[in-house]
Design a protein around this ligand. Structure first.
Ligand SMILES: CC(C)(COP(=O)(O)OP(=O)(O)OC[C@H]1O[C@@H](n2cnc3c(N)ncnc32)[C@H](O)[C@@H]1OP(=O)(O)O)[C@@H](O)C(=O)NCCC(=O)NCCS
Length: 170
């Protein structure tokens, strides 16, 4: 199992036994997160409330790791689950690229944990996976997330119109 270390954060794949801690944080952060996430597809099991659905999610992420298609990590601070950061849609060939997505528990916001986790994941992506590029798609109104990439001087490549569906809006 890939475990990565920052100065204050530990990153490792989530496993089924993380469900109680994950659910507690997700429940408490529902409002904090829904406005920055795609709308949940009707009829799909709710991973926050359904342990089996969470287990399927963990297995899917494990399969992605085995295939080299994605690497999902829980962010742990002082031994407690605090958020997630994922490398996804890894493409090889001439692109050698991946997307990065992240979120942190509101109770831990503003302490620089996400930029720290992003540095750790970027190092893993470039040094271990030998990728050439990582991309972070941020809806322009998400000022907090834009600050994360600004702090790390990640290049702004402009605005793609109607690029992502976030909370019901493209
Ligand atoms: C975006 C997010 C991951 C940033 O994580 P973080 O660990 O708080 O990052 P930082 O500590 O570097 O803070 C970034 C900025 O968030 C803002 N911020 C700080 N505390 C905050 C709080 N309690 N509430 C809202 N915004 C806050 C500040 O503008 C801060 O910039 P500053 O350090 O220059 O003041 C986090 O706000 C989050 O999880 N938001 C909801 C999900 C989300 O938007 N994910 C990203 C989708 S692209």
């Amino acid at each position: 199992m890939t475990t990565l270390f920052g100065r204050r954060v530990l990153l490792r794949p989530l496993v089924v036994s993380d469900f109680p801690a994950w659910r507690e944080v997700r429940r408490r952060n529902e409002q904090w997160l829904t406005k920055w996430e795609p709308t949940r597809v009707a009829g799909q099991p709710d991973v926050v409330e359904d342990r089996d659905a969470f287990s399927v999610r963990c297995s899917a992420r494990q399969r992605e790791r085995q295939l080299g298609a994605g690497y999902g990590f829980g962010i742990f601070v002082d031994g407690s689950f605090a958020g997630e950061i994922n490398l996804s849609s890894i493409q090889r060939g001439p692109f050698q690229s991946a997307y990065v997505g992240y979120w942190i528990d509101e109770a831990r916001a503003g302490q620089g944990y996400t930029p720290e986790a992003l540095v750790v994941v970027a190092r893993f992506a470039f040094d271990e996976l030998r990728l050439h590029r990582i991309q972070i798609a941020i809806i322009p109104r998400n000022a907090a997330s834009r600050r994360v990439v600004e702090k790390l001087a990640i290049r702004d490549e402009g605005v793609a119109v109607r690029y992502l569906e976030i909370n019901g809006e493209w």
